[in-house]
Ligand binder design. Structure first.
Ligand code: MG
Ligand code: ZN
Length: 361
């Protein structure tokens, strides 16, 4: 009996010690992720998500996330941000003036979360449905005064050791005004340069430059197909081989272009495609158990109001109030270890700060 009692006391002490390890200063310690997948729907405000949710009969993968926050997006010089400034805020944690990429308002280069992850030995990647040198992905790779400096942005991919990047924009690498062929430079740095979706599907390399279109990939309605979900799966295949973890940025780039066009069908088809990429990320995260998935937007586009919808028919309509971006804060959805840190009313620069803290970069 005495032996059983001692055993019980010992077990309780061990259980208490284990519990104590999980707390710091009385606060529950954070469950830390090894990997982060940051997914950005460009121009994807709550109205755009809700239009897609309505059109898809009340079913989205995005809305499966257990943690939600609201994110302010204003830039250093404007109530309404552009994708350069908001991409920089998410990627580098600093407000900047509209049009700048990876620089503060004074032109001082900033270090992105992707570059910090790379320095710490994590694998890194990006997958987008635009030219890979476009503003949002550029903010994670480059520091330039203007988002229009696409040839300079392409050049700065070579300053990094990013493991996999997939999007459009081949021409910025191999048909350049300076006649430098950057696809040759990429090959000599160990990348397999891939220019078709079929070749991407079958690729076995550990380093991939997927430049699948000369400029921007087509719209979903013009036959882009499975490009983004396939790109995400391929990127995760490659990145998950690193035991030290990875950072992956995924962008649904053209939701924004539907907003600029005030075309709700364009917004819905692009958001549903982005949602398929979200499914690929969530499936990976569920099996992996050490991956934080964050889904947000850089800003809203179109000032859309949801005014009509039929869940059964899958129809959604509304009114746009602008052909540009709006200032309304955007939703952020998160799931996985560390996701509880994303809560309340936060700023886009906080997204960087929380990711940096969680990955201990
Ligand atoms: Mg973008
Ligand atoms: Zn835009």
């Amino acid at each position: 009996m005495k032996r059983i009692t001692s055993f019980l006391i010992l077990s309780l002490m061990l259980a208490f010690a284990a519990d104590a390890q999980k707390t710091t200063n009385g606060k529950p310690a954070v469950d830390l992720p090894k990997n982060i997948i940051l997914m950005i729907g460009d121009g994807m405000g709550l109205a755009e998500v809700y239009a897609a949710y309505t059109a898809n009969h009340q079913q989205l993968n995005i809305t499966q996330c257990d943690q939600v926050a609201l994110v302010t997006t204003f830039s250093a010089d404007n109530y309404i941000t552009d994708s350069g400034a908001s991409g920089t805020a998410l990627a580098c944690g600093s407000k900047t003036t509209n049009g700048k990429i990876g620089m503060d308002p004074d032109g001082k280069p900033l270090t992105s979360i992707l570059k910090l992850a790379e320095k710490k030995g994590l694998s890194t990647g990006m997958a987008t449905t635009c030219d890979i040198t476009h503003a949002t992905p550029a903010a994670f790779i480059a520091s330039v005064k203007s988002r229009k400096d696409k040839y300079d942005i392409a050049l700065q991919f070579l300053d990094t050791d990013i493991d996999v990047f997939i999007g459009g924009g081949l021409n910025n690498f191999n048909k350049r005004p300076d006649s430098v062929n950057l696809t040759d430079s990429l090959k000599s740095r160990g990348y397999e340069v891939i220019t078709t979706l079929d070749n991407l599907k079958n690729a076995q390399s550990r380093k991939i430059a997927g430049l699948l279109y000369p400029a921007h990939p087509p719209k979903m309605s013009d036959g882009r197909g499975e490009m983004l979900p396939v790109a995400v799966e391929k990127a995760l295949d490659i990145l998950s081989k690193n035991n030290d973890g990875f950072f992956l940025m995924v962008e649904g780039s053209q939701i924004d272009w539907g907003g600029h066009d005030n075309n709700i069908d364009y917004i819905i088809s692009e958001t549903l495609d982005f949602d398929k990429a979200v499914k690929a990320a969530l499936n990976f995260a569920r099996d992996n158990g050490e991956t934080l998935v964050i889904i947000t937007a850089d800003h809203e586009t179109g000032g859309l109001a949801n005014l009509e919808g039929d869940f059964t028919l899958g129809t959604a309509g509304g009114k746009f109030t602008t052909t540009d971006h709006s200032a309304i804060p955007v939703p952020l959805y998160a799931t996985g270890p560390g996701s509880k840190e994303f809560k309340g009313f936060i700023d886009n620069t906080d997204v960087f700060k929380i990711m940096k803290r969680l990955l201990d970069l």
